[in-house]
Design a protein around this ligand. Structure first.
Ligand code: AHG
Ligand code: MN
Ligand code: MN
Ligand code: MN
Length: 330
């Protein structure tokens, strides 16, 4: 058994960006994950279920656990003294960590992903994305530090709070998966250099919005449902409603997650900076692909912190299939 802490120290030399600071940063996320794990598992007993009665900047009903997770992660990251500030789904603007202008990192996060599931005991997650700041150390960070393309990430990962709690991350040197052992309070290495299986049989999409999907996506869904033994079709439809949980299952078993443009979300629902970019970094590191239907997600130049984009992520050949249907049906 190897813990996350031991793994990072052992692999120190391999990680292109993993300075001692990045190790400390990842351990802050580990701490946040342990706290959220503990309180999600007894959310029904604490007064942290249900809506917070506030609408967040996304126009969503903020759940108490959205805010709880946001606060716990924010304080864990700030305490390390190496993060100059954060951007979060649950914060209208980016947050400068006063007094930590010397921090070399900025972190973007979705503190609780899939929060519509939290009150019905279905898997949820946390997503994080880490960059070196681009503004001079010693000065307060600016929005420019958060407007970097996803290709500049130095690390990214997620925590999935499911039947077990797992932390999966990359620093650009493959994807590594750890399972939390609450009895010991440590994350133990599950799998090193996790990659997509060569073929997949699952597609994940909210077919409730089918009527509004681009024609190419409608044709791709029909393609998924056609019989073709050579390509393992028909595929199985699996959709949990938590990006992290759907992504994690598709990474292990092979598949594609799709969130196209819809009537209510003409640019797609998922947020580029703290959902699509980190998951795209992981997908590529696992031999997969992530696209907005036309462009590589990691090449997109962000314009605003909460901007959204269509999102297709999973086995490379499956993403390329849907890109072909989209381009053939412009
Ligand atoms: P969040 O809970 O962080 O706002 O993210 C929810 C996202 C994603 O996790 C999930 O796949 C998708 O929204 C579900 O959207 P629909 O309910 O529209 O299918
Ligand atoms: Mn939300
Ligand atoms: Mn989310
Ligand atoms: Mn969220």
């Amino acid at each position: 058994m190897k813990t996350l802490g031991e793994f990072i120290v052992e692999k120190q030399a391999d990680f292109p960006h993993a300075t001692g600071e990045l190790t400390a940063l990842l351990s802050a996320i580990k701490l946040g994950a342990k706290i959220i794990h503990r309180d999600i598992n007894k959310a029904g007993l604490l007064d942290i279920l249900g809506a917070n009665g506030v609408e967040n900047v996304q126009g969503e009903q903020q759940m108490k656990l959205d805010l709880y997770a946001n606060e716990k992660l924010k304080s864990a990251l700030k305490a390390r003294g190496i993060v100059a500030g954060i951007a979060s789904e649950e914060e209208d603007e980016f947050v400068i960590f006063e007094g930590f202008e010397d921090g070399r990192y900025v972190v973007l996060m979705d503190p609780l992903d899939g929060s519509s599931n939290i009150d019905v005991n279905v898997s949820v997650g946390t997503i994080f994305s880490i960059y070196h700041r681009v503004t001079p150390v010693g000065t307060p960070i600016t929005e420019e530090d958060f407007m970097q393309p996803g290709s500049q990430q130095v690390a990214a990962g997620y925590v999935v709070y499911g039947s077990s709690t797992m932390l999966v991350y990359t620093t650009g040197n493959g994807v590594n998966a750890f399972t939390y052992d609450p009895s010991l309070g440590v994350f133990c290495l599950n799998q090193e250099r996790l990659t997509y299986p060569p073929t997949g049989k699952m597609y994940s999409i909210n077919e409730g919005y089918y009527v509004h999907f681009p024609i190419g996506v409608k044709k791709y869904i029909k393609f998924c449902q056609e019989e073709d033994e050579a390509t393992y079709r028909p595929y199985t439809s699996r959709y949990i409603g938590s990006l992290v949980a759907d992504f994690h299952r598709n990474l292990l078993k092979g598949g594609i997650y799709l969130y196209p443009q819809t009537a209510s979300h003409p640019k797609g629902k998922l947020r580029l900076l703290y959902e699509c970019n980190p998951m795209a970094f992981l997908a590529e590191q696992a031999g997969g692909k992530a696209s907005d239907g036309v462009n590589r997600i990691l090449d997109l130049k962000p314009q605003t912190i909460h901007e959204r984009c269509p999102f297709y992520v999973g086995n490379q050949y499956m993403v390329e299939d849907v890109e072909r249907f989209i381009s053939d049906n412009q």
